[in-house]
Design a protein. Sequence first.
Length: 209
Amino acid sequence: MSAIVVTGTDTEIGKTVFSAGLTAALNATYWKPVQSGQEEETDSQIVARLSGRPVLPEGYLLQLPASPHLSAEAEGVEIDPATLDLPKVDGVLVAEGAGGLMVPLNCEILYLDLFTRWGAPVILCARTQLGTINHTLLSLLALRGAGCDVVGVVFIGEAEEAVEKTICQFGKVAHLGRLPMINGLAPDTLASAFAKHIELNTIKKAINQ
């Protein structure tokens, strides 16, 4: 089995849509370790709808849309990272984190700690809005400081070439493409945008190393 982790610089930046496109492009299986909030579709439901690929049950499915440790506390649950080993699947597993790297799973463990333990290559998603240079460079610093293998950065949103170039230069990181906002988001439009804009070969090489 091969696995790749998708994380982001922040919440609500489009990494679930990117994860759906990646899952479809790799003919992979998707897994969300912890889902916090079930107001509309869960991330797993979004990925299943947009990718048409298998989706594993979440390790923890929580009601409150908040940091996982707070959602769990509200339900009288404690998230045990020992139960969140990467599931074994046939082919490739795409595992998506929640929010950013420093999101707590409980009062002692961050998502970054979980990614470090897994040892799988990591793709960092960053939106192309104001503030992304700082957030992205800090996230890269944290990932590398923890010993994670960073495949590169995927940008999401309108083109900001100078910003994207600055991040890749200072962060010494590969530019994996930019996924634009997609009007009429559906499996076919996502697949088309993904094939056009994302450096899939670089991602495949990182998985197969």
